[in-house]
Design a protein around this ligand. Structure first.
Ligand SMILES: NC(=O)c1ccc[n+]([C@@H]2O[C@H](COP(=O)([O-])OP(=O)(O)OC[C@H]3O[C@@H](n4cnc5c(N)ncnc54)[C@H](O)[C@@H]3O)[C@@H](O)[C@H]2O)c1
Ligand SMILES: [Zn+2]
Length: 437
């Protein structure tokens, strides 16, 4: 491949994970040992929160009512769209049964998990949209109990618009908790008495690492860490729009990569000139985050052909992938690794982040190679079952007896033997060589 790196990153995703690992390990062990007391200690130390953890229904309602009516209407609009997409996902999977051979029926039954924990980040920004992305999707999957956690934003607790969004999306319980302590509290069922079956939601490197480490005790959606954006652009793209969109996602945090994969040198040069200017013109919080993100994690790759651009993009496996290039259908058909795809200049990651409908909780750090983002499927177990008639069981039993004995598993084989003897008395079957060892 003849790709040319016009800008290279000085830090990688592995660096940030490595920084979080020991901190998270110690916190999870402490919370496992000391429970709610440890959680309260971390909430006080890390987030300055000394108030109650469980938000009462009365308090949630009162504070949600502080949200201006126009913003409430926008949130309602977005929640509806996320719910509609999630309901379409639910309708795309179904229970089924199939007669595999005469008298042998097997099936799939979709069973929602009983308790879902939804994390809503709250460090740098009030993540209103993450509130409905998690909760509305769990509810569309049919999860009866959804417990949400979000960190305090100032002295009065969770941001009122986040509270409004959580209620609107259908949260059954809400806790004022952020970070590792929130993930642990959800997994152990602290404060609610209801340990989650799955914990979902995006977060910073500590939150993402906490989910990774606690996985096994509890299910998780995916490794959804610091946001990433890649734009694939050819000579037809508008460099100003490309630059604005890259900067938009780097606003998320110091560790949010922005990658440009270009097939045109002039376009790449124009974007690289413009990005620092756009960052410099942002308000301070966003400027700090995007400035560091571009300096440390930004990359610009120049490819000779669009096939090469696909290869490079599949290797990056970016969380958010925008294509601002001719022939969107070709890109949709050929790209294989990403969290979510945004085709054409008319759409952008920011739309998907807030209001289009598909979920914004998406795989980062190349987890898109093996998993998609949050969807109703993550909350549903496609459980299998089987049932057979006596006649139908005969051939299955014979294969089982012989395979079991070939494996050296005599007790398994006898489960087949006893049925054959009862259902087909007097018949002489070839049951394989008895296991002697
Ligand atoms: N992948 C996705 O789908 C997706 C979607 C939206 C947002 N995001 C990402 O979510 C993240 C939100 O990050 P945030 O920091 O603003 O909010 P956050 O809620 O994820 O993290 C804040 C918490 O981190 C904990 N914390 C901070 N410093 C710590 C330390 N030194 N040790 C232990 N714990 C510490 C605190 O308890 C705090 O409550 C961003 O990185 C953003 O890119 C990802
Ligand atoms: Zn974003």
């Amino acid at each position: 491949m003849s790709v040319d790196y016009l800008k290279r990153a000085s830090r990688t995703a592995e660096d940030t994970t490595a920084e979080a690992r020991p901190v998270v390990e110690a916190m999870l062990a402490d919370i496992a040992a000391r429970g709610e007391t440890a959680v309260r200690d971390y909430a006080a130390k890390l987030d300055g929160w000394h108030g109650g953890i469980l938000v009462t229904a009365e308090e949630a309602e009162r504070r949600a009512a502080e949200v201006p009516a126009a913003l409430r209407a926008d949130i309602d609009y977005a929640v509806d769209r996320v719910r509609r997409f999630a309901e379409a996902q639910r309708a795309s999977v179904r229970d089924f049964e199939v007669e595999i051979s005469p008298g042998v029926v097997a099936g799939q039954k979709l069973v929602p998990m009983a308790v879902a924990g939804c994390y809503v980040p709250a460090g740098r920004y009030a993540h209103i949209a993450s509130a409905y992305m998690g909760v509305a999707t769990a509810k569309a999957a049919g999860v009866p109990t959804v417990i949400a956690c979000s960190g305090p934003r100032g002295g009065s607790g969770i941001h009122p618009a986040v509270l409004y969004a959580l209620r609107r999306a259908g949260a059954d319980a809400i806790m004022t908790l952020g970070g590792v302590q929130a993930i642990a509290a959800l997994a152990h069922g602290l404060f609610t008495g209801k340990p989650a079956d799955i914990v979902v939601g995006p977060g910073n490197k500590f939150v993402a690492e906490a989910k990774r480490q606690i996985y096994g005790k509890v299910g998780i959606d995916v490794f959804a860490g610091p946001s990433e954006v890649a734009v694939i652009a050819d000579a037809t793209a508008d460099p100003e729009v490309v630059a604005v969109d890259l900067v938009a996602q780097m606003e998320h945090g110091h560790e949010s990569p922005g990658w440009l994969i270009a097939t045109d040198r002039a376009l790449a040069d124009a974007v690289m000139r413009r990005v620092p200017e756009l960052i410099a013109a942002l308000p301070p919080t966003a400027r700090d985050a995007a400035g560091a993100a571009w300096r440390d994690f930004g990359e610009v790759v120049l490819c000779a052909t669009r096939e090469e651009a696909v290869e490079v993009s599949d290797r990056y496996c970016c969380e958010h992938l925008q294509v601002q290039a001719a022939d969107p259908a070709w890109w949709l058909a050929n790209l294989r690794n990403y969290g979510s795809l945004f085709l054409g200049e008319e759409t952008t990651v920011a739309f998907g982040d807030k209001a289009t409908g598909p979920n914004h909780i998406l795989p980062t750090k190349a987890a898109g190679r093996y998993s998609a983002g949050l969807s109703v499927h993550k909350f549903l177990k496609p459980l299998s079952w089987q049932r057979m008639t006596r006649e139908g069981s005969r051939d299955v039993a014979l294969a089982t007896a012989r395979i079991s004995r070939a494996e050296g598993m005599e007790a398994h084989a006898r489960s087949a033997d006893i049925r054959l003897a009862r259902y087909f008395p007097g018949t002489d079957f070839d049951l394989g060589e008895p296991v002697t060892g």
